[in-house]
Write a protein that binds this ligand. Structure first.
Ligand SMILES: O=C[C@H](O)COP(=O)(O)O
Length: 252
């Protein structure tokens, strides 16, 4: 049985004080997180402050990116060790916005996955097609290539610790959600690819999220699908009331 995982990706929103106020408000709304892993993917400046505020809470922190190098002259970048040091537990890798605007490639995604594991961070690996790829019918092929590339060299022990987020690009921030059945079909395909690489037992242990215009109104329908184990939520994760409802809806 896979434990659902609901992650709020704040993207480039919220100052440190806004982040702290969000968590304070959320903690007043949610007192029981049994049955769901709650993750906040905050901007870099907020992570350290949130670490202290979340002391004793089961809410986990995630970063939204990392650099693959151990350290070095990479102005503006942040390493896995630095993120682990400020309390990150997970790190998003290969989000489509990073692939689109910052030149992230399947190769750099794979390097980042290895860098994350080396310092005890658990990757949330994002994959997904754009609208033209969906219309051309190449979604499964593309997602398969992304998954195979991202997991290259990852051990069978580590594979069950990471999370894969299927996010169709055309559904991100657009209000258009893939139907729950379509989303599940791609998530099931991702699981079968992991199965080909690592065996069915391992694949059955990997958590696969859906992302793209997830809201309190559609989370339960998505979570009812057998291969969807959680969600990576952008816009609807920015408000504590909405995030609390998403956490509630993510429990299976
Ligand atoms: O990381 C989250 C995704 O990009 C989804 O964003 P969204 O929920 O605003 O569509």
């Amino acid at each position: 049985m896979r434990k659902p995982i609901l992650a709020g990706n704040w993207k480039m929103y919220k100052t440190v004080s806004q982040s702290l106020s969000f968590v304070e408000h959320l903690q007043g709304l949610v007192d029981d997180l049994e049955g769901v892993d709650a993750v906040i993917c905050a901007p870099f400046p907020s992570l350290y402050a949130l670490k202290s505020q979340l002391e004793g809470s089961s809410i986990k922190l995630a970063a939204q990116n990392l650099h693959q190098a151990e350290e070095g002259a990479y102005t503006g970048e942040v390493s896995a060790l630095m993120l682990q040091d400020v309390g990150a537990h997970y790190v998003i890798i290969g989000h489509s916005e990073r692939r689109q605007y910052f030149g992230e490639t399947d190769e750099s995604v794979n390097q980042k996955v290895h860098a994350a594991f080396k310092h005890g961070l658990l990757p949330i690996i994002c994959v997904g097609e754009d609208l033209s790829q969906r219309e051309q019918g190449t979604t499964k092929q593309l997602v398969e290539e992304q998954v195979r590339a991202a997991l290259s060299g990852v051990t069978a022990d580590d594979v069950t610790r990471l999370v894969i987020a299927y996010e169709p690009i055309w559904a991100i921030g657009t209000g258009k959600t893939a139907t729950a059945q379509d989303a599940n079909e791609v998530c099931a395909h991702i699981r079968s690819v992991v199965g080909e690489m690592y065996g069915k037992e391992k694949a059955d242990g990997v958590r696969i999220q859906y992302g793209g215009s997830v809201k309190p109104e559609n989370i339960e329908e998505l979570m009812a699908q057998p291969d969807i184990d959680g969600a990576l939520v952008g816009g609807a994760s920015l408000d504590p009331g909405s995030f609390a409802k998403l956490l509630q809806g993510a429990r299976k």
